[in-house]
Design a protein around this ligand. Structure first.
Ligand SMILES: [Fe+2]
Ligand SMILES: [Fe+2]
Length: 403
């Protein structure tokens, strides 16, 4: 079936430009073009749409208002912003509303890639079981203010390590949580890190965003330890997976940005467990018992008992928060990478491998799932011959950290 994409822009010449630029996609996409928010909502109420791509600055109904309505009335539609310039206030308001951001002028290839990868996310967002479970969750954690401020700062032209460091420092609680996290022995820094600015300098701006989210989530759920589940162990597992994923990415010669995404996806890959644990504590304990007794992967027990897995819930949340698709995909499919429609090595590859290597080489996991490598996927992306070398890399990181 063709993907249905709706483009919204008040400027007719922009719509005409898009139509011309994307003409080669006609066989794969059913493309529609409207010139206002009201027309877009009217279209959505009459026809099925998979993906909406909208401008932000429009008279009467702007992009923020349009996407707010789309989010509540048509939550299954993927929301992409194609915006003229970085209007800080608007971007701040839309962080939670959009799944992806594109900046005009945007090359056709970039639009095609973004829409295609957003489409693979639809599978998660459209899963009725995930949706109904999320609707039973009273308090889906929201993005911390400091995170939004950091994202805004990073989108500005004069962004600097010092400014981002200062922003984090100004939030005393957040700053303490970030320092606690990066000073954990699992992070592998030999010297004590004493300020957020130093942390930003060492980790890089993008990675700091992932670390902010992680420390926020672990802090929000800090009272959720149960007889069966150790938050501390989950945190060390997540950090090690992030480090191994980054090492795998470097070894596979991925570019700098992708290497950072591998780290972020690694550190966040199991966050769905926290959400399940916090909202369905009794059931989650039953799930853990079930996976131990029947010797099956935790995610299989989750699927059997709750109908959804921690990978789907985590990916859904990150999707709602506007994380890049490659990170959402890595989280969603870290146990089942062969379901990905994308070819080639990606954050999904790095996180899948890192998760398995960490499970194999750190014997701490009475409450984590056991699972093996997906040989079919590894063969498909051409990594079979390098797998032993990559595993040694992962094992070395585990050995150095645990010893
Ligand atoms: Fe997992
Ligand atoms: Fe994991």
């Amino acid at each position: 079936m063709k993907k249905s994409v709706l483009f919204v822009d008040d400027e007719t010449n922009i719509l005409d430009g898009l139509r011309r630029m994307l003409i080669t996609m006609k066989s794969e996409w059913d493309m529609n073009f409207v010139n206002s928010g009201a027309a877009a909502l009217d279209f959505l109420s009459k026809k099925h749409v998979d993906i909406i791509v909208t401008d932000m600055r429009m008279p009467e109904m702007d992009g923020v208002e349009l996407l707010t309505q789309v989010q509540s009335k048509f939550p299954g539609v993927i929301r992409i912003i194609l915006s003229g310039h970085s209007d800080k206030t608007m971007i701040m308001k839309s962080v939670k509303l959009a799944h992806q951001f594109l900046t005009k002028p945007c090359p056709a290839e970039k639009i095609k890639d973004t829409i295609n990868s957003a489409y693979s996310m639809l599978k998660i967002l459209k899963n009725e079981d995930v949706k109904s479970m999320v609707s039973r969750i009273d308090s889906l954690p929201s993005l911390p203010d400091t995170y939004l401020k950091v994202v805004e700062e990073m989108n500005s032209e004069d962004c600097s390590v010092a400014k981002v460091g200062a922003l984090i420092s100004s939030d005393v609680g957040m700053s303490a949580n970030v320092l606690k996290l990066v000073n954990s022995s699992f992070f592998g820094f030999t010297n004590h890190i004493s300020s957020p600015m130093q942390a930003v300098g060492l980790l890089g701006l993008d990675v700091v965003k992932g670390v902010l989210l992680t420390s926020h989530l672990f802090h929000s759920f800090k009272d959720e330890n149960t007889r069966n589940f150790s938050l501390e162990k989950m945190m060390s597992h997540s950090i090690l997976v992030a480090r191994i994923a980054k090492a795998v990415a470097l070894q596979c010669k991925m570019n700098r940005k992708v290497v950072d995404d591998c780290f972020i996806a690694g550190i966040l890959h199991d966050i769905g467990k926290l959400i399940m644990l916090a909202n369905f504590k009794v059931t989650y304990n039953v799930i853990i018992d079930n996976s131990k007794q029947e010797n099956k992967s935790l995610w299989v027990s989750e699927k059997d008992i709750l109908g959804v897995t921690h990978s789907e819930i985590g990916a859904y949340l990150l999707g709602l928060w506007g994380m890049p698709n490659s990170i959402v995909e890595a989280v969603a499919l870290h146990h089942t990478p062969n379901l990905s429609i994308n070819e080639g090595i990606s954050p999904l590859t790095a996180v899948h491998l890192a998760n398995v290597f960490e499970h194999r080489h750190v014997v701490l996991h009475e409450n984590y799932e056991e699972h093996g490598l997906d040989a079919e996927y590894i063969a498909r992306i051409g990594l079979t011959d390098s797998i032993n070398e990559l595993e040694t890399l992962g094992k070395n990181i585990c050995d150095e950290t645990i010893s």
